[in-house]
Design a protein. Sequence first.
Lengths: 293, 293
Amino acid sequence: MTTSRSTQSVRAVTLERPTPTAARDAIADGLEREALVTVFGRCTVDYDGRASSQLAAGDRHVMLKPDGAALVHTDEGQQPVNWQPPGCAHDVFCEPVAGEDESDEPEADGSGSGSNSGNGNDSASSSDDVSDSDTDTDTATLVLESTRSTPEERLLVRFQNVLQVSTFAGTDEGELTLSGTEADLRDRILENPDLLESGFTPLATERDTPAGAIDIYGEDDAGRTVIVELKRRRVGPDAVSQLRRYVDALERDLHADTTLRGILVAPSVTERAQRLLGEHGLEFVSLEPTDSD
Amino acid sequence: MTTSRSTQSVRAVTLERPTPTAARDAIADGLEREALVTVFGRCTVDYDGRASSQLAAGDRHVMLKPDGAALVHTDEGQQPVNWQPPGCAHDVFCEPVAGEDESDEPEADGSGSGSNSGNGNDSASSSDDVSDSDTDTDTATLVLESTRSTPEERLLVRFQNVLQVSTFAGTDEGELTLSGTEADLRDRILENPDLLESGFTPLATERDTPAGAIDIYGEDDAGRTVIVELKRRRVGPDAVSQLRRYVDALERDLHADTTLRGILVAPSVTERAQRLLGEHGLEFVSLEPTDSD
DNA sequence: TTGTGGATGTCGCCG
DNA sequence: CGGCGACGTCCACAA
């Protein structure tokens, strides 16, 4: 039933249809080793924290990351149906009763067999493994719990059956390079200010105002102050409001008698945004983050 | 090496350290069967679409969902390092060369051994399996490709080695119930309008204005029109701007000679937002989405 | 820790 | 399909 392969070190360990206690031990071991742990099986999920949710039983894929993140995925959607952010403490244990009792509380009695904070402090899991009672294999329920504070949040996954448990030890030094971002659009304009407007001179980026930081602050060929707000993609009313806030704030801040120019730079704008721009005397320049080859 | 268990039907199939061609066949089979497919191994990832990215080699967990979603997870972070939204067509094949050639293009020569659109139309994968050449097992590279159009996007995952391939067949009818949302906050006020302010009378929700829909539209005990914007959590300047847009739009729309009242309802506001509220004559009422027990 | 705004945001609703 | 706004948004960065 257990199948583990090792070449140099054990990189991946997989159990298929393990008993709850076997699953618990494998998962606890994986958490201990700072491995990435996955569990697939029929489960219910309960969350309580910033909001609260309950999810009826279904087959799902659960991932526990060594940084404390937890993800519950169904067979649909890009987003997990439930999750927990990095920095959480994962715990795994078996509950004696598999049934329909209503009490959500697994009784914080320290019976967790594996505890793992996002900081890698493996405290309180050195000698208490022995105290874990192997409740009846057939009736026990595997439970995953992931908690954090600030804000207080708890995720509880109860498995009715477990089809697979895997632990993966890996390394990932690979860096992600990404292009087509707002930063690329900014750099593009800084390198060639005429793309915005002939005679435009950038003076600062991230210039602070009482309302926030201006993406690009500069002046036009007539010496008028220009405030530029950048968006990497087509924008709606929110971006116009954002630009307006900056223009308003800077006008007050500088006690400007002359009107400042506000320019929204994006590939395109929606109609409503276009109208808002006009209402507030703001301008629009169409530019994409990267040169369209 | 292959370990598959079946109880009633095959629910989960797992290969450990498969050859590239074995991995390819198992994945293609999983996609065919509309299963959830996972692959763990050392890989590079390239994305091109709304933006474009390259990710150097590292150990990652890749999930292909039957609805066309693809997720590439490292051992850190709640978010995938790369992904593809639902509706994509997944493909899997082996490239003959494992090396360092620069060409990103796998040559759209129809050599894909498994193709799966999000709509479940398993076209073009009935009889072409035989034509897949089993390129040299030791030098072949497993490649996952996930593409879509509108916008045109492509994700390419190349595996230097595969530690595990799994396919999961499951069902998930479970419904998620969530509380603590903005809708809960709205209902709370509609049930007890005095929570907002003594004498408040809600008249409509989602009332349309040229600037968008107002969360709650009503009037106070003096008959003045009230525009309410709801937020489930502490808010910043963006929410104030949003409320302001609605108030402005409705004032114009109604040619209102009397000033409309705009009230932001949220658990709390940041200082900058507070100041913005004051500058624009808007009000704030502190309320949480659910009764604090 | 909190504030602020970007994101290949994703997702649902509606025109 | 595009617009629009919510989201347990997540996330990096600055104060």
